[in-house]
Design a protein around this ligand. Structure first.
Ligand SMILES: C[S@@+](CC[C@H](N)C(=O)[O-])C[C@H]1O[C@@H](n2cnc3c(N)ncnc32)[C@H](O)[C@@H]1O
Length: 357
């Protein structure tokens, strides 16, 4: 597969790590069962995987599910020549990346669970080791057993099949219904606490192969103890730091609470003051209005009284005037009637004198 060069490829280790994390998340989103993990293995886990491989043995080293290549890199750092590596990966994008990162290795895009077919004509010699990061626990036990059997069958008699797991027990079942399988032997590494989540590496070989994989390095247990001690110290330090930070946070929260209480008390007092002032102003206004209203009513009453008095006086004067006029008229009428009566009497008297009727 041709290596692809990408101008925008990350340059620093940190950039590379972030880009690998992103690739992993993308592959997990595309196919969570196939990816098996959300991020690449840590260097601690990768180193333990590589530790199970003896770089001095002859033959190719087959890696199953190399992903972005942290275990591949650890194998090279362990002393395995890159030209001996055969990388079997299902994901096309990872295959392209691996070809770029490890141009001397042979990248095979295919199904690692079908090793005989996938590796047919791809190997120059029986492999010395098969190193697997496949998410085995997603697969049925029978398939895991078949994978191990195929791998052991493919390798030199001393060959080792290496597999990591986040589980507590061997990811390849070691027996059934209380009976141990007799065709292979299994050995576990110390837990790798610095990997998140903590993991363990298992090494499987044909039954009867002598020696141990993880104990061969004489100071491995001491180093494990030392690492465990360091991790404990680190965690204690972190816990202490966290406690201090927590106490600071608590203090800050209390201070903030006090500030808030003070502020809210002040705001409440101001609010109350404003409300009181408003109430007083309102009461003043109402009182003033009441007074003005009373004044107005009184003034109106006075004016009404005045008007009524004036009207009565006017009426009396009118009546009096009318009475005088009536008396006047009556008198004049009486005078006229008396005059007329006198005139008629005079006429009658004159007529009687002349004998006229
Ligand atoms: C848990 S990841 C491990 C990747 C890498 N070795 C690491 O440790 O970070 C599993 C890898 O196995 C690959 N894989 C899953 N099923 C596979 C299969 N049937 N054949 C080949 N590769 C497979 C995935 O694409 C993924 O890269």
């Amino acid at each position: 597969m041709p290596a692809e060069r990408d101008a925008s490829a990350p340059k620093t280790d940190l950039e590379k790590r972030i880009a690998d994390e992103a690739r992993f998340i993308r592959s997990w989103i595309d196919n969570p069962l196939q990816a098996g993990a959300l991020s690449p293995s840590s260097r601690f886990l990768s180193k333990m995987m590589a530790h199970a491989v003896d770089p001095l043995t002859a033959g190719p080293i087959v890696e199953l599910g190399p992903g972005t290549g942290p275990v591949t890199q650890a194998l090279i750092e362990r002393g395995v020549a890159p030209g001996r590596l055969v990388l079997v990966e299902y994901d096309e994008g990872f295959c392209r990346l691996l070809a770029t990162r490890f141009p001397q290795a042979r990248v095979v895009q295919g199904d690692a669970y079908n090793l005989p077919a996938t590796l047919r004509d791809r190997l120059d010699a029986p492999p010395a080791a098969v190193v697997s990061s496949l998410p085995l626990l997603n697969r049925p036990e029978a398939l895991r057993l078949r994978l191990l059997a195929d791998a052991l069958e493919l390798m030199e008699p001393e060959g080792v099949f290496v597999q990591f797991t986040y589980g507590m027990v061997s990811p390849v079942p070691r027996g059934r219904r209380g009976h141990r399988y007799r065709w292979f032997q299994a050995e576990a590494s110390p837990p790798i606490l610095r990997n998140l989540p903590p993991a363990r590496v298992w090494a499987y070989r044909r039954a009867g192969v002598e020696g141990r994989v993880f104990a061969e390095e004489p100071d491995l247990i001491d180093r494990f103890k030392e690492t465990t001690g360091k991790v404990k110290d680190e965690w204690r330090e972190r816990a202490e730091k966290a406690q201090v930070e927590l106490a600071e946070l608590k203090e800050k929260t209390l201070r903030l609470q006090d500030e808030w209480r003070e502020k809210s008390d002040r705001a409440e007092a101001k609010l109350k003051e404003g409300a009181d002032r408003l109430q007083a102003e309102l009461k003043d206004g109402v009182d003033r209005l009441q007074l003005e209203l009373k004044d107005g009513v009184e003034r109106l009453q006075g004016e009404l009284k005045g008007v009524a008095g004036k009207t009565r006086d006017g009426l009396l004067a009118g009546a009096r005037k009318l009475l005088i006029e009536i008396e006047d008229g009556t008198r004049k009428l009486r005078d006229k009637l008396e005059e007329k009566a006198r005139e008629r009497e005079a006429k009658e008297r004159a007529a009687r004198k002349t004998g006229e009727p």
